[in-house]
Design a protein around this ligand. Sequence first.
Ligand SMILES: CC(C)(COP(=O)(O)OP(=O)(O)OC[C@H]1O[C@@H](n2cnc3c(N)ncnc32)[C@H](O)[C@@H]1OP(=O)(O)O)[C@@H](O)C(=O)NCCC(=O)NCCS
Length: 252
Amino acid sequence: MPNQRPTTSDQQQTTSDQQQTTSDQQQTTSDQRPETNDYFVHESSYVDDGVKIGENTKIWHFCHVLPETVIGDKCSFGQNCVIGPRVTIGNNVKVQNNISIYEGVEIEDDVFLGPSCVLTNVTNPRSQVLRRSLYEKTLLRRGCSIGANATIVCGITIGRYAFVGAGAVVHADVPDYALMLGVPAKQKGWMSRHGHVLKNPDADGIMVCPESGLRYQLADNVLRCLDVGENEPLPEELTVGQKVYDDFKQNR
Ligand SMILES: CC(C)(COP(=O)(O)OP(=O)(O)OC[C@H]1O[C@@H](n2cnc3c(N)ncnc32)[C@H](O)[C@@H]1OP(=O)(O)O)[C@@H](O)C(=O)NCCC(=O)NCCS
């Protein structure tokens, strides 16, 4: 029974720097979850005290949500995720398997985290030096995607709708809509809100997403969508994919 596990030390610190998940705070279990609402937590997962989880959020197998974490509506967490303590996650955030979201990380709405991507919270970790009150802030802005196995070095901001390719290592701020690839990650282009490389600008610097038809304009190295504001939701008819990626690539 998960709620009969022994309680250990007086410290609850799950971080990349000091991995100690322990304590008397690790005792909220399937039968002690906060009352309310329409979220789902698989019985193999733990949710600690003081956690808020929004409606229609799903937390699948073998996850642990640490104290004072706030998770929005319509999120999903795959198998083997650790979230918190004191992490804030927006609405409609999709977290694939094997991801730890440490204190210091903030995630806005509509972010996608690919399987086994790595977030960090101390730039210069040393086992002999405690830095528990010194976690560095990493901000994942609305709509960005982090590819499988990518690593985000802490203390940076990933811009809105930016796209970090699989396996990249990102160590500096990323602009809105930037496509970042490689180790160290370099900007290789611009990615639309639907995840397509934007090409062939017209005389006014306008590029059109092949999937959505939305127009994007590059001016002074800043990309903006001309048809839907960066903080607005997509129109309903543009929220379901119609073709696989390669079909669009062939028509580039
Ligand atoms: C970034 C991405 C979208 C590019 O896909 P693509 O358009 O099909 O890319 P291509 O295969 O045409 O490659 C274009 C160029 O980018 C390079 N490239 C593609 N993906 C790369 C990556 N992840 N890292 C480094 N370089 C990459 C290719 O080597 C190629 O380089 P070249 O022009 O010098 O030959 C894709 O590779 C990716 O990383 N997707 C993320 C997948 C993921 O993590 N999903 C998680 C959910 S399951």
